[in-house]
Design a protein around this ligand. Structure first.
Ligand SMILES: [Ca+2]
Ligand SMILES: [Ca+2]
Length: 425
């Protein structure tokens, strides 16, 4: 394929310190906080995927696309095949299978790609290269109407909303600039040095656009989220209120990698208890994996043995003391003058005390209301028994301070593993 060559651009954009959020802090100051990877947004360059088809002979061959790296180190894309299907309305769907390999020599925390418009290079608003779209005769035709329909990999299996990335993160030499980036893109789990990840891109071309050749421009990023562990994103203690018969808690994975909760446990203690978390108020989580950007809903105790709506991902009925109740385990206090403490542990066998701030078993901890222990300070008490304690920014925030990270909300909205994923900045 022909065209200008673009130089490269590797601004290290953002290096923000962050914290693990893995210890609860109590009034007695003996906390230790382990260092965590810094959040980062790092542009890895601009790339171009070029696909050639056989026009109206849509069932014919499609030449595997040539992907041209824009002279940027870090990622290498290889097209392994292109398939084309003619739809009933005459439009055609292309699927390009790619391998992306990390050639940077170091792990890339969160590789992401997003379609990009470049001033003077792409057809405005399409992410497709101007002049590269031609018909069977080789004459230029508009890319308008060509749509990116799917971006998949084995972990996300869908287009992923991209947050915290803008056109300003890319600089194009020669006086041009990236004028827009797509609101959706593709992310992969952490890619080790030398590792390869398969992905695919899908396109649909309308019947009126007899494209023979088209070319998509996209930017590649390393976009490492700030929080590196599971969080308690929402807890509802008001069983019998707001339409919920049972308490529930929602977990969230704000990282870029799948996290197994096998062996994890949820433990609850009253606001005033200084004793160890009792096994009678604790449940083990099942052998499950929470994918990046996904929620995980756990139904707790109440008056009903029926699954809540939306469907819980777990509804443990036996506590860690071995007692079974069909209506669930752990009944948290919804008192507007009291509070409680809920902790997520990465073990079901240890029994640390609520004040044991250095215990490595802590993954996340929420003290609310009058809780005697919390991360820095408790979240404010519920204003009504129908409130939920809600973590800010869809669950993406954990600064180890419950009073600012988690707030009561009058709009309980439980999210489960089927909820649209959130890509954390
Ligand atoms: Ca935390
Ligand atoms: Ca309750």
């Amino acid at each position: 394929m022909t065209g200008k060559r673009w130089g490269l651009i590797l601004p290290a954009l953002l290096l923000a310190a962050c914290s693990t959020g893995q210890q609860a802090t109590a009034p007695t100051p003996t906390s230790t906080t382990a260092p965590a990877p810094a959040a980062s947004t790092r542009a890895l360059g601009l790339y171009e995927l070029s696909i050639q088809g056989s026009g109206a002979q849509a069932s014919g061959r499609v030449t595997p696309a040539a992907l041209r790296s824009q002279e940027i180190a870090g990622l290498t894309f290889t097209v392994t095949g292109v398939q084309v299907v003619t739809n009933g309305d005459g439009s055609r769907s292309y699927t390009a299978a790619l391998n992306v390999t990390n050639t940077s020599g170091a792990a890339i925390g969160a590789p992401a790609i997003i379609p990009a418009d470049i001033a003077g290079y792409t057809e405005s608003g399409t992410y497709f290269r101007a002049g590269a779209t031609t018909n069977q005769s080789g004459a230029p035709t508009s890319a308008s109407g060509i749509t990116l329909t799917q971006v998949t990999d084995s972990t996300y299996s869908m287009l992923f909303p991209v947050t915290g990335v803008s056109s300003a993160d890319f600089a194009v030499p020669g006086g041009s600039s990236v004028t827009a980036v797509s609101a959706q893109g593709w992310r992969t789990p952490t890619l080790a040095a030398g590792a390869t990840q398969a992905m695919s891109l899908g396109f649909t071309i309308p019947a009126s656009n007899d494209a023979y050749r088209f070319s998509l421009v996209f930017g590649a990023f390393d976009k490492t989220p700030a929080v590196n562990h599971l969080v308690i994103s929402q807890l509802f203690p008001g069983n019998g209120n707001a339409g919920y018969t049972n308490d529930w808690v929602e977990l969230f994975n704000p990282t870029n990698n799948p996290i197994s909760v096998s062996g994890y446990s949820l433990r609850y203690a009253s606001a005033v208890s200084a004793a160890a978390f009792a096994n009678t108020n604790a449940v083990a989580l099942p052998n499950a994996t929470i994918n990046p950007g996904r929620y995980y809903l756990v139904q707790l105790a109440g008056t009903s043995s029926a699954p809540m709506t939306p469907a819980p991902d777990a509804f443990p009925t036996t506590n860690l003391a071995g007692t079974t109740s069909a209506t669930g385990q752990i009944n948290m206090s919804a008192s507007t003058t009291g509070g409680g403490k809920l902790a997520l542990f990465n073990t079901a066998t240890t029994d640390p005390t609520p004040s044991n701030q250095t215990n490595a078993a802590y993954v996340d901890y929420v003290g609310y209301g009058t809780a005697n222990y919390s991360e820095t300070s408790p979240s404010p008490a519920l204003t009504t028994t129908s409130d939920v304690e809600l973590r800010a920014a869809s669950g993406c925030t954990d600064t180890n301070n419950n009073s600012s990270d988690v707030r009561p909300s009058s709009a309980p909205t439980p999210r489960n593993s089927a909820t649209t994923p959130v890509a954390c900045p």
